[in-house]
Design a protein around this ligand. Structure first.
Ligand code: ATP
Ligand code: MG
Ligand code: FE
Length: 351
């Protein structure tokens, strides 16, 4: 199957053509991606209005570029997949309407993809993540532990009760004057710092369950700046990153027990990390060690598939198309769209 994917839910405008089959993996024939980082940097965060305008300006030529570079004509496509949410609504509208337009003009089926399902299924492009697997989704807007039982079948084991991990990285970077985007900047600064120099809290570790919280940590960083005005920024960055990693590793450990209880998987199972924060080296190291200790096979998509991209949307399109899950041209964009909308609460989620 060959699918054109379109992504525009945040600050990346992207198109990609992927050929593949569920279970066997896929080949990314071409990708065209434009990051809006430079447009948003002066504001220290994504400005929705600017994002939407950039998507409008660039989506058409990026689609054409991806199709040309893939060497695939529109008649050879099996479907057009576009992110239909969740995300900044202006951007989502641009991408979904572009997808609808191409689907209508070519007569190809449309697949309206949940952006989070794109992240969740992204390790399967490489063909090495059979269902079920445990997923730690850590991105700019989301932070969740999910049991992925199949396409469209997600059970939430834990979620952040306030900020997402990526959001915490971005806000901390702003507090520390490290600029935007925050995650890579904090990681770079942390390399030169001592994580033990300034003690920071590990929110919610004292409570049972897999839920997470990061807003208190951000406040603690602000306070550390005030009480230790001479402390090197690198030390605070390192302390913050270590706290985030500790929390994510411990909550993932608990989620592994909940996952085993839920799925009955006693032997080896997959543990996947996805989303932009999965690009963090310290986090990858912590999760790799955890997986080895707990008998899970750690799978992390390559860095360029961790942050927003259209290949993961095209791939989710392939997975859904294979199950006959296409959408009518009347499908509407959604700013909010939880991945586990219809799933009942998982037993054992309170481990
Ligand atoms: P969502 O997927 O929830 O809609 P998003 O699409 O904005 O949100 P992604 O593009 O998946 O999120 O990830 C972006 C986030 O990842 C940002 O918050 C960014 O700071 C963070 N991030 C990127 N690289 C790193 C890194 N090396 N270390 C920590 N965080 C990182
Ligand atoms: Mg982004
Ligand atoms: Fe994302």
């Amino acid at each position: 199957m060959t699918v054109l994917g379109i992504e525009s839910s945040c600050d990346e405008t992207a198109a990609a053509v992927v050929r593949g089959r569920p279970g066997a993996g896929g080949e990314i024939l071409a990708e065209a991606l434009l990051s809006q980082t430079a447009e948003h940097a002066p504001y220290g965060g994504v400005v929705p209005e600017i994002a939407a305008r950039q998507h409008v300006r660039h989506i058409d030529h990026l689609v054409m570029e991806a199709m040309e570079r893939a060497g695939v004509g529109y008649e050879a496509l099996d479907a057009v997949a576009a992110t239909a949410g969740p995300g900044l609504i202006g951007g989502v509208i641009v991408g979904l309407m572009t997808g609808k337009g191409i689907a209508a003009a070519t007569g190809k089926p449309l697949v309206a993809v949940n952006h989070l399902e794109g992240h969740a299924l992204s390790p399967r492009i490489a063909g090495n993540a059979p269902f079920p697997y445990l997923l730690l989704l850590v991105s700019g807007g989301h932070c969740q532990l999910l049991a992925v039982e199949g396409v469209g079948r997600y059970r939430r084991l834990g979620t952040t009760i306030d900020d997402a991990a990526g959001e915490a990285f971005d806000k901390t970077a702003k507090l520390l004057g490290l600029g935007y985007p925050g995650g890579p900047a904090v990681e770079r600064a942390a390399r030169e710092g001592d994580p033990a120099a300034i003690p920071l809290p590990r929110p919610l570790l004292d409570r049972p369950g897999c839920d997470l919280s990061f807003s208190g940590l951000k406040t603690a960083v602000r306070r550390a700046r005030e009480t230790h005005p001479d402390a090197p920024v690198a030390d605070i960055a390192a302390g913050f990153q270590a706290a985030v990693v500790d929390v994510l590793v411990e909550k993932s450990r608990r989620a592994m027990a909940a996952f085993r209880a839920l799925t009955g998987q006693a032997g080896r199972a997959g543990f996947v990390v996805a989303g932009g924060v999965a690009a963090n080296g310290a986090l990858r190291e912590g999760l790799t060690a955890l997986a080895a200790r707990e008998g899970f096979d750690f799978v992390a998509p390559p860095l360029r598939l961790c942050t927003d991209n259209a290949a993961m949307i095209a791939w989710a399109g392939i997975e859904r198309l294979a199950l006959g899950l296409t959408d009518p041209l009347t499908v509407t964009p959604r700013a909010r769209w939880p991945l586990d909308t219809d799933a009942p609460p998982a037993p054992g989620a309170g481990v």
